[in-house]
Design a protein around this ligand. Structure first.
Ligand code: PLP
Length: 453
């Protein structure tokens, strides 16, 4: 039986009424990809207040790798509810925080001694990673990448690349952030081709140290192993090895921002493992706690201990409910083969999307790692001119037909897959059938318009 069940035109009357109230009560700066109001969610689907059921390719923007409301996660939260809700770990600590830190230290890449601090959001974790890197190296500068996204606080906006809608109008940002091109092979900044480029974009960091910022001023290079908001850009397999070696040659730390790529998304627990690297600091959030707010910085013990006593923390940081949920999430990863599911989702998507690419010139690129997959839409495969309007029409069609998708990319022309890893094969086919019809409908309309002209 089909999971998608639509009972009303989308959005339904109750969602529309709520949206009117929302327009009066909430600022427009908070946007909604899909203005249907949620009533409940399980595994890989959610239902709106009008009783319409959708498949969910967004997973709360990558927060639900283990699935919506997994029983084990809900039980762990319920168990914690009966004990205490909040004490503030800086006032009276609790065992679950320490246990979760121990487990994070074990499961993150690198056999060296590690420590972990917990905070609330991805941006807060990135902020803390920068503080820790500066305290350890006693250097000010951070190098970030074009197309990167690290959050919406002031420091993380400085590290984030995309101007509209994230940065424009919010300057000034903190100083000592320098930006270099990423390994975005589909749109190489140096017009080179992998592998003949010999990873020019990674090696070019040496030039940056001569022309832009001296190496002895740089505390850290921060990168998303697979870039998320920037368009699901997975660099070539040997890219990060070269980049990390270069950092270490100059005493620079490498921070992996795995907020989106972590917790099984790419077919390993962390995307860094797919690249065979051991980051000095690794930032995690989103799917760490199955839907509750939690984020972490995990790193080499001596680096993590650089800030003085009282230099790190936050009132709600590492709250007991989130810690309980995160421990349940880690148990699920131990018990269930979610990593295999991630790889299978990736294969399933790639197979269908490659067929679309052969059929429709608007599918410029199909890319990703494991279950972190995307298509980049262009006016034509030859010109690679981005197609953001068509991308929007496709996502609109999808949600009107029961599939929630979200876009990404500096040019807003990428459709990404962040589906909970528990989606079944039948559900995946159902979702991909909707996406295929959406692409067909937009491409065919576009084809007809070109013929008329
Ligand atoms: C790679 C990456 N870093 C940081 C963040 C910011 O996380 P949060 O929205 O929890 O602050 C995000 C959010 O999408 C992200 O994808």
């Amino acid at each position: 039986m089909s999971t998608i069940q639509l009972r009303t035109p989308i959005p339904g009357p109750k969602s529309m009424a709520l949206h009117e109230r929302r327009a009066k009560a909430v600022p427009r700066g908070l946007s909604h990809g899909t203005p249907i109001y949620v009533a409940k969610a399980e595994d890989a689907w959610l239902e709106d207040v009008d009783g319409n059921r959708y498949l969910d390719f967004a997973g709360g923007i990558g927060c639900l790798n283990v699935g919506h409301r997994r029983e084990a996660v809900v039980e762990a939260i319920r168990g914690q509810l009966d004990h205490f809700l909040h004490t503030c770990v800086q006032v009276t600590p609790y065992e679950s925080y320490v246990r979760l830190a121990e487990r994070m230290n074990e499961i993150t890449p690198g056999k060296f001694a590690k420590k972990t601090i917990f905070v609330n959001t991805g941006a807060e974790a990135v902020e803390n990673a920068v503080k820790i890197a500066r305290a350890y190296t006693k250097r000010p500068a951070i190098i970030a990448f074009e197309d990167a996204f690290h959050g919406r606080t002031m420091m993380t906006l400085a590290l984030t690349s995309k101007t509209h809608p994230y940065k424009a109008g919010f300057a000034p940002f903190p100083a000592e952030v320098y930006r270099v091109p990423f390994a975005y092979c589909y749109r190489c900044s140096y017009s080179k081709k992998y592998p003949s480029c010999d990873l020019y974009c990674a090696r070019h960091l040496e030039d940056t140290f001569k022309k832009v910022v001296a190496q002895e001023e740089v505390a850290a290079v921060i990168a998303e192993p697979v870039m998320g908001e920037g368009g699901f850009i997975a660099p070539p397999p040997d890219y990060f090895g070269v980049l990390v070696d270069l950092c270490h040659k100059h005493g620079i730390l490498f921070i992996a921002d795995e907020v989106q790529s972590g917790f099984g998304r790419t077919g390993s627990l962390f995307a860094s493992q797919r690249y065979g690297i051991e980051p000095d600091l690794i930032v995690t959030a989103k799917s760490i706690s199955g839907g509750l707010p939690l984020a972490a910085v995990t790193g080499r013990a001596e680096i993590m201990d650089a800030p003085g006593v009282g230099g790190l923390g936050g009132t709600f940081a590492g709250n007991p409910l989130s810690c309980a949920a995160a421990l349940a999430v880690l148990d699920l990863f131990e018990r269930e083969d979610l990593l295999r599911c991630s790889v299978e989702i990736g294969d399933h998507f790639q197979k269908r999307a490659r067929e679309w690419q052969d059929r429709w010139p608007m599918i410029g690129d199909v890319r990703g790692l494991g279950g972190m997959q995307a298509i980049e839409l262009v006016q034509s495969q030859d010109t690679k001119v981005p197609a953001p309007d068509e991308t929007k029409k496709i996502t609109q069609y999808c949600y009107e037909h029961g599939l929630i998708t979200i876009t990404a990319g500096t040019f807003s022309n990428v459709i990404r897959v962040l589906v909970p890893l528990v989606i079944t094969n039948d559900q995946m086919d159902e979702a991909l059938n909707v996406l295929e019809s959406a692409i067909a409908s937009v491409c065919e309309k576009k084809g007809a318009a070109v013929q008329m002209a």
